[in-house]
Every structure is written in structure tokens, then in C-alpha cells.
Design a protein around this ligand. Structure first.
Ligand code: AMP
Length: 249
């Protein structure tokens, strides 16, 4: 079966994010960017399904600026076969991403679409669910285990109080949680090989999708600076501070 994996280029998770001086967003100029960690897990899961002989082809897709090509090359180095860049310099919100992915699904006809459960920049946790709704496909979100069985896929999900296992009829949507797998590192030979793998480019307009934002960001503010801690001398002092200063007991 063919698997489509959606990957987004985001600020690297090790970078301390800085808010722009005019509070309109976060600074991305001269900042290290990487593949969203949950998308790395999505690529890894697709590659494992290919290694098990379940998947026959892995197509990765990213929506974003020209530099998103680097993210796609990383995915190709990790084992994806082919890449599609849907190029835009505009902000693309989850509904627009889902609409674009719906068009890519119509062209590529994959049996499974794997996405991250969430991007670490927008923290939206919406795209997979919206794509499921637009396609009217079953969805297994926050997957911690994925087992393909013929025309179905079993997805184990971490929910409050335990694990839930769902059986989805293919074609289906899966979104990845942190414990699904540990992504591999790309080897140098695979990075070299990835340069020769096909990477097609298209645009939202070519796909007939209007990406006008539906949500306006009014203001972005950094969190309050954390004050330095202090050492208390006695338990009585601690209790006093918790009661009278922090007012938590
Ligand atoms: P979100 O709903 O923004 O938290 O994103 C959830 C998942 O949707 C991500 O982990 C990706 O798999 C996919 N996704 C979101 N935005 C993009 C994008 N611009 N390009 C490709 N995939 C995306």
C-alpha cells in the first residue's frame, strides 16, 4: 500500500524561541529549523511499515516556503521514496493544510495518511482530525502502536486511564504520539541518495485551494520570567511561605 506522510518545517525544539519586538509572532530569521518531532515519528512509522513489507511506497508532503525542501530531503534520507512540496510563503492554518492534503490524497490515492499529532510551533493538534473529516475517513489519533492487518489497521491510543485499541478500515488517517517509536538518524550514504530522489513542486493555487487564514493572531507574548528560587531554613518557614506568600495551602 502507498502511505502519504505530512511533514512540517518548524523551529528546532532545542532553540529558545524569541517573540518579535512588535508582538506579531515569533522570530524565525536566522533560527535553526528542523522537521517537527511528531512528523519525524510519522516518517519513521511509515519506513517501519515499508520494512515489514506492508507499505510499498512512501510519499512525503510539506506545505511551506522553498526551504521546506530541506525537511523533505531529510524525510527522503530517512527512507521516504518521493516528495511533494506545496510551495507558499503565506501562513497556512490547519484547515488550509487539511484542504491541501485532501487534494494531494485525491491525486496520490494512498491507503493511509500519517501525520504528527501536533506541530510544536502552532500546537494546534487539528490537521489530522480535519483531514479525516474532509475525506470522511476513519482516524486513529495519538497512536502509540500501529499494526496493519490486511484491509484494516489497528491503532493503540493513549487515553486517560489506559490504552484504547481501535480497528480502522483502510483508507485511514493515523496521527502519531511520542511513544510510537524512536526515529532513526539518517546515515550519510542515505543523505547522499536522498538528493537523487524525486521532489515535485506545486502550489495551493495549482491544487485549487484557498489558503486565506480564518484565525487572526492578535498578540504574541513571551511567558512571564520565572523568578529565582530561594532556600528555606526550616519546615515551619516553608509552611509559612506556602500559606502566606504562595497562598497554595
Ligand atoms: P497541527 O494540527 O498544526 O498541530 O499539525 C499536526 C500535523 O499536521 C503535523 O504534525 C503534520 O504532520 C501536519 N501538518 C501541519 N502543518 C503542515 C504543513 N505546513 N505541511 C505539512 N504537514 C503539516
Amino acid at each position: 500500500m502507498k502511505i502519504l506522510v505530512a511533514v512540517k518545517r518548524v523551529i528546532d525544539y532545542n532553540v529558545k524561541v524569541r517573540v518579535k519586538a512588535d508582538n506579531s509572532g515569533v522570530e524565525t530569521a536566522n533560527v535553526k529549523m528542523s522537521m517537527n518531532p511528531f512528523c519525524e515519528i510519522a516518517v519513521e512509522e511509515a519506513v517501519r511499515l515499508k520494512e515489514k513489507g506492508v507499505a510499498s511506497e512512501i510519499v512525503v508532503v510539506s506545505i511551506g516556503p522553498q526551504q521546506s525542501q530541506e525537511t523533505l530531503r531529510t524525510a527522503l534520507a530517512l527512507g521516504a521514496d518521493r516528495a511533494i512540496l506545496v510551495k507558499t510563503d503565506e501562513e497556512v492554518q490547519p484547515l488550509a493544510v487539511a484542504k491541501i492534503l485532501k487534494e494531494v490524497v485525491a491525486k496520490e490515492e494512498p491507503k493511509m495518511v500519517i501525520l504528527g499529532k501536533q506541530t510544536i510551533d502552532g500546537d494546534n493538534n487539528q490537521t489530522g482530525q480535519m483531514l479525516g473529516a474532509l475525506l470522511d475517513w476513519p482516524q486513529g489519533t495519538f497512536a502509540s502502536e500501529v499494526v496493519a492487518e490486511g484491509e484494516a489497521v489497528k491503532v493503540t491510543r493513549e487515553i486517560d486511564g489506559g490504552l484504547e485499541t481501535l480497528e480502522l478500515k483502510l483508507p485511514a488517517i493515523v496521527t502519531t504520539d511520542l511513544r510510537l517509536n524512536e526515529p532513526r538518524f539518517a546515515s550519510l550514504p542515505n543523505i547522499m541518495k536522498a538528493k537523487k530522489k524525486p521532489l515535485d513542486e506545486t502550489t495551493p493555487a495549482d491544487l485549487g485551494v484557498d489558503i486565506a487564514p480564518r484565525v487572526a493572531t492578535l498578540k504574541v507574548e513571551p511567558p512571564p520570567v520565572r523568578e529565582a528560587g530561594i532556600k528555606v531554613e526550616t519546615v515551619a518557614e516553608l509552611v509559612d511561605k506556602l500559606k502566606n506568600e504562595a497562598k497554595v495551602i
